[in-house]
Design a binder for this molecule. Structure first.
Ligand code: CAA
Length: 381
């Protein structure tokens, strides 16, 4: 901690898409054994955006509930982390700022570094609050993960937005110093400007992630962080939920500890409930892990949680948070389960049509019919 001031996550809410494609449906199409998806990668369903959904609509839906609860008077900064933004120049957060009627005396910016940027946004927010504890920062992490149809990555797609209100005296999680950092210039996963699906070397990306876990932990330890045994649970970036198990086993062994299945389960399983049915939401995924953990039956009062954020390319960060006594009364468990349960099941043909949908590039205005049911179509472009 820098000084005595407790700063961290005061509220957290997520939103996901209108549609869901199950891995059973996908397996029937690809011919894969569904157990490869259910057990092998730990995924049972993929959130699929409707034609009128994107990172802005998901982000606004998630953040609207935070603003409804706390108001927006103290929000002077909005940081929107995404690798699937909608404009190369204008920050997606400006649309959210406008849709939610946030104060005009605010700074709004978009951050990108693959699946890591949400953590950079959180750390920058904490720095701003330390400078002026009266201010709050709205941090949003939102992404739609898209790989080519028929590619190995297809089963790890997904979409979601997590909104977090960061401030002094947080009701949920106090974020601690120090952080462990690692950057390495590698090509394990990337998406050049001319593509709307990601390029990835699947096995190399897994190896790169594990190397990054090790590197970020090493720096965290050297900076004087907690011992590994102090943590009750670990939120990892979850491109698919089995990756969190792989990462935790790797970290335990790297630290010379046994990686007993029961211990790995205890540390990781409570963080996977949302990601396993939503899929990879890139920069939002680690914070969906936190949402699942806080909403789980585990009593985390006063307990330390480890966070390992990984963004291909690559940047990794390990940091710790302490769960605040009384946190349960501030959770949004019912809202979160409803966001998942309300999705409409779609068949493969509908999913494929949505996947292949492209928007006109002629600069004109093209209104699409409203498809979403749970919230109004939020903005037009
Ligand atoms: N029953 C049970 N398990 C089965 C099975 C069956 N019938 N068939 C296979 N499996 C298991 C395999 O043993 C394997 O598990 P282990 O890794 O524990 O051995 C698992 O299912 C997956 O099988 P494969 O490795 O054969 O699968 P694949 O090569 O077709 O694809 C993947 C897996 C590489 C992860 C692919 O989905 C992919 O490319 N995903 C996108 C990239 C990705 O997610 N990378 C993660 C690290 S990078 C990152 O984290 C950033 C990011 O968000 C992208």
């Amino acid at each position: 901690m820098s000084g005595e001031l407790a700063v961290g996550i005061h509220d957290l809410a997520f939103a996901t898409t209108e549609y869901v494609l199950t891995h059973a449906t996908l397996a029937a199409r690809t011919g894969a054994d569904v157990a490869k998806y259910h057990q092998g990668i730990g995924q049972t369903a993929i959130s699929v955006p409707a034609a009128d959904e994107d990172v802005v609509t998901m982000a606004a839906t998630a953040a609207a509930t935070i603003v409804a609860r706390h108001g927006s008077d103290r929000i002077r900064t909005v940081v929107f982390a995404t690798e699937t933004g909608i404009d190369q120049a204008k920050a997606a957060g400006i649309y959210v700022h406008s849709l939610l009627g946030l104060p005009s005396a605010a700074r709004v910016v978009e951050l990108k570094q693959a699946c890591y940027a949400g953590t950079a946004a959180l750390q920058f927010a904490i720095g701003l609050v330390h400078r002026d504890p009266a201010q709050q920062v709205l941090v949003i992490a939102a992404d739609t993960s898209r790989y080519e149809l028929g590619s190995p990555g297809e089963s790890t797609q997904g979409a979601a937005a997590v909104a977090m209100l960061v401030g002094a005296g947080p009701a949920l999680v106090r974020i601690e110093d120090p952080a462990g950092l690692q950057t390495a210039d590698i090509m394990d996963f990337w998406r050049p400007n001319y593509r709307n699906t990601a390029l990835v070397d699947g096995q190399e990306s897994i190896a790169a992630y594990l190397q990054a876990v090790q590197g970020a932990w090493k720096d965290y330890a050297e900076q004087g962080g907690r011992a590994l045994t102090e943590f009750r649970a670990f939120c990892y970036h979850q491109p698919f939920t089995k990756m969190a198990y792989k990462a935790h086993r790797h970290l335990l062994r790297h630290c010379g500890l046994d990686a007993e299945a029961a211990d790995v389960d205890r540390a990781v399983q409570p963080t996977t409930a949302y990601n396993s049915v939503i899929g990879n939401s890139y920069t939002a995924s680690i914070y969906l892990g936190l949402a699942a953990l806080l909403d789980s039956a585990v009593d985390l009062t006063g307990r330390a949680v480890g966070f390992l954020s990984y963004g291909s390319g690559s940047v990794a960060e390990f940091f710790a948070g302490e769960v605040v006594p009384g946190y349960r009364t501030h959770l949004r468990t019912v809202q979160h389960r409803a966001a998942i349960d309300r999705r409409q099941d779609i068949d493969y043909a509908r999913y494929r049509d949505l996947h292949q949908l492209t928007f006109p590039a002629d600069g004109g205005d093209h209104l699409r019919p409203r498809e979403t049911s749970g919230h109004k179509r939020l903005y037009e472009s």
